[in-house]
Design a protein around this ligand. Structure first.
Ligand SMILES: Cc1cc2nc3c(=O)[nH]c(=O)nc-3n(C[C@H](O)[C@H](O)[C@H](O)COP(=O)(O)OP(=O)(O)OC[C@H]3O[C@@H](n4cnc5c(N)ncnc54)[C@H](O)[C@@H]3O)c2cc1C
Length: 512
């Protein structure tokens, strides 16, 4: 598959290095950003040690196996053709075959009319779900494949609406990413109004897209987020092509990253939460205090040549030493706040659908969902469905009990699968079991005007760097953004050592 080039990996350090041993870097957090940073540092000849607070790898892609051997995950995760750094990583780890690419389409649930949901003469509802597809022809280059996909779909948008929308998009196409970044001062709804695009376009398409991208609605989301996604999807032939991982992200993606790091002399320590960042008099990092987990375990002191926070922004803010608050690049952090989201897994006693793809529910309660028994090799089941569904926006539900959340979701499924779910369903499906994973603070909420608050990977502190999807990179809050941020942090660290070496100085000078 043709994919645009990834950002170059940092070069390997020349030998001998400025210290008699490889420079040591302590990375805090074993999500995708932390693991990516440690991976690229290991490749560059550093000794990278990762400290993760939990007993599971992956952060927001973490997954667990239940007593029956079934996996459940923090989130339903989709990989896109427009993820060059992630795809490059799969290649470097030699695990490309683990990505299960789907047909190049976007599939939306169609809303059923009241009449369609009426019971038949037998008193039962046997209405099948209706889908509307945007199919991207393989034989056309971008952006023609996207334009044809949009023009061929007549279920969701009328011709005048399509034309109005295409005209509205022209500035983004002509002026590119610069225009996209400038639009951060508008919410998506405000931008649509400004471009004179009918509100129905928002209700029909962008409510679903906005919820899928950041778990919030179009009145809240920054225009930069939607235009960045549209730009990638329209400008790259396979940009919107989707893949599912063939199993749990913890096992199938994070573990190979850990193996890669450890084979190159690094380490990944689990259940080692950062308690405090201690400073030297000049404000640089002196050491990390890692909290002892368990009754008889003492706190640990960790020292290294350089330090990377790859923790989520909400936790990093709590760990930020008060002495650093004066720096402008940390000041904006207060505005970055994780958004709540809930990921549900529902196992049924029969098959609900044979769709082997992601589905946009277009439901007020839910965002995207998939029948993982069709989409994912390790969860495959020819006779029973396992729906993985994202509930968003989740502010109203995050504090509710799992039973309540499942109940409202099942009520919503009566509309999505009327023939299987509900009192009058003609072919009733039984819910066998469920898992609900709540993330009270997930990715940062990408409301308007926040681009300037995102910190760069290089910080004003010479021996301290940042990685994480919230740090400044063009892929926003996503797996691609996390992997890229880790690579960019590693690149800054390598650059600092190279600069010191070019002046004949040691590692201590590199991180001053
Ligand atoms: C429901 C859901 C669905 C999603 N769907 C998609 C999708 O389809 N496509 C996509 O690209 N992205 C998706 N995302 C977003 C994606 O998962 C994240 O952008 C990405 O995984 C973030 O990685 P990260 O490394 O920046 O942060 P995190 O994954 O949050 O990693 C931070 C790590 O730091 C650890 N940590 C925290 N505190 C400490 C401490 N004190 N000491 C040590 N370690 C600590 C955490 O335990 C965690 O492991 C989704 C997210 C969710 C929640």
């Amino acid at each position: 598959m043709a994919v645009p080039p990834a950002v170059a990996a940092p070069p390997r350090l020349p030998t001998p290095t400025p210290t008699s041993r490889p420079p040591r870097v302590a990375v805090i957090g074993a999500g995708l950003a932390g693991l990516s940073c440690a991976k690229y540092l290991s490749d560059a000849g550093f000794e990278a040690t990762v400290y993760e607070s939990r007993n599971v790898l992956g952060g927001k892609v973490a997954a667990w196996k239940d007593a029956d051997g079934d996996w459940y995950e923090t989130g339903l995760h989709i990989f896109f053709g427009a993820y060059p750094n992630m795809l490059q990583l799969f290649k470097e780890l030699d695990i490309e075959d683990r990505l299960q690419w789907k047909q190049h389409s976007m599939i939306f649930n169609m809303k059923q009319t009241e009449q369609e949901l009426q019971p038949g003469p037998d008193g039962k509802i046997s209405t099948e779900p209706k889908y509307s597809r945007f199919d991207f022809p393989e034989w056309l280059p971008a952006p023609l494949n996207g334009i044809v996909a949009i023009l061929r779909n007549n279920d969701m948008l009328t011709w005048p609406e399509k034309v109005r929308f295409a005209i509205g998009l022209l500035p983004a196409i002509i002026f590119g990413q610069k225009y996209v970044e400038e639009c951060d001062n508008l919410s998506w709804t405000e931008w649509l109004q400004k471009q004179g695009i009918p509100k129905r376009v928002n209700d029909e398409v962008f409510l679903a897209m906005s919820k899928a991208l950041n778990f919030i609605g179009p009145d809240d989301i920054s225009t930069t987020v939607i235009l960045t996604a549209l730009n990638r999807f329209l400008q790259e032939k396979n940009g919107s092509k989707m893949a599912f991982l063939d199993g749990s992200p913890t096992e199938r993606l994070c573990k190979p990253m850990v193996q890669h790091i450890e084979q190159r002399g690094g380490k990944v320590h689990m259940e080692k939460p950062l308690k405090k960042i201690e400073l030297n008099e000049d404000g640089s990092v002196k050491q990390l205090i890692i909290r002892g987990v368990g009754a008889d375990t003492a706190d640990e002191v960790v020292t290294a040549d350089a330090y990377v926070s790859a923790m989520p922004v909400d936790i990093f803010k709590l760990m930020l030493p008060p002495e650093w608050r004066k720096y402008e690049s940390f000041a904006g952090l207060e505005k970055l706040v994780g958004v709540p989201v809930i990921n549900l897994h529902l196992w049924f006693d029969c098959k609900l659908t044979d769709v082997d793809h992601l589905l946009f529910s277009r439901s007020p309660l839910l965002s995207v969902y998939a029948d993982m028994s069709n989409t994912c090799r390790e969860y495959e089941n020819a006779d029973r469905s396992m729906l993985e569904l994202v509930l968003a926006p989740a502010d109203k539900y995050i504090g509710r009990s799992e039973e309540e959340i499942v109940e409202v979701t099942m009520r919503e499924l009566e509309r999505l699968f009327p023939q299987h779910i509900g009192r009058l369903a003609a072919r009733p499906a039984k819910l066998v079991k469920y898992h609900v994973v709540k993330t009270a603070r997930s990715v940062y909420k990408t409301t308007k005007g926040l681009q300037g608050s995102r910190p760069t990977q290089k910080t004003p502190i010479g021996n301290f760097f940042l990685a994480g999807d919230y740090t400044l990179q063009m892929y926003l809050a996503s797996m691609e953004g996390a992997v890229l941020s880790g690579k960019l942090a590693a690149t800054e660290i390598v650059k600092a050592v190279e600069t010191a070496m070019s002046k004949g100085e040691g590692a201590a000078a590199a991180f001053r």
